[in-house]
Design a protein around this ligand. Sequence first.
Ligand code: ADP
Ligand code: MG
Length: 254
Amino acid sequence: MSGAIELDNLTLGYDGHPAVHHLSGTFSHGSMSAVVGPNGSGKSTLLKAIAGVLRPLEGRIVQAGDRRQAMAYLPQRAEIDRSFPADVTDLVALGLWKWRGLFGAIGRHDIKALEAALQAVGLVGFERRGIDTLSGGQLQRALFARVLLQDAKVILLDEPFTAIDEKTVSDLVGLVQRWHGEGRTVIAVLHDAELVRQIFPQTLLLARELIGWGPTETVMTRENLRRSRGMTEAWDEHAPWHEDGHGHSHEAAQ
Ligand code: ADP
Ligand code: MG
C-alpha cells in the first residue's frame, strides 16, 4: 500500500564499508515511528537510504508508488548549508520543485499554499529574511513549512527537535501530530526519550543493527537501551578502552 515501506535484509554503508547491518521489517501505512539509538548507530544513514540518497550495499527498500512524489525528507541540521544566499520564501518554495520541476511555473494556487505553510509554522512576516539571519528555531520552522508544501505521503525527519527552543518544539510537534492524523507515514530520528514515549506509537531502536522494532513501550525498555549502548561501543573503533585485558588504558594516561 502507498506509504508503507519495507526493509528487506538491508545493509547500508559508505565506500563499501557497512555501517548498519541486516535490517528487516515494515513501516506500515500511516504509522508514526521514532528511530532512536546512540550517536553513530546509523540513524541518519537509515533515513538517507529510505529517502533514496544513499544506495544500499545489500538488500532492498520496497515502497509502493512514485517515491519522489511520495516523500519529504528533512536532513539533520548540520547537513544544511545556511550560507546559501536564499530568503525564507526561496527555501520554502523548494518544496514545490518536486511537483513543478526547476523551471515549472509557480501559479496562484502555489502562492496560496506557500502563504498557508508560512502561517502554519508561524513565519508570516519573515518572507524576505535571509536564511543566514534566522535563529535555529526559525530555520527549523521554515524547513517544516517546506515539508508541508510537499504534501508527501511519507515524511522523514532527522532530529527535527534537537537544539531548538521549547516553544518551537511544541509547535512543530503539533505539526507532526497533524501529519499523523492526516494518515501520512512519519519516521523521525529523535534523541529525547521522553518525547518518544509521549508522542510516537512505534519505535525502531538501532545500534548498527536492529535492537528492537515495534510498539514504543515494548522497545524502549531499560534492557534494550543498555544493550544498544553496549553494541555501539563494540562497533566503534574510536571508543576509548574500558576495563582491563586490552592493553593500556587511556584513563591511566590522563
Ligand atoms: P547517527 O545518525 O545514528 O548518529 P550515522 O548514520 O550518521 O549515525 O553514522 C553511522 C556510521 O556511519 C558512523 O560510524 C559514521 O561515522 C559513519 N558515516 C556516516 N556518514 C558517513 C560518510 N558520509 N562517510 C563515511 N562514513 C560515514
Ligand atoms: Mg544522525
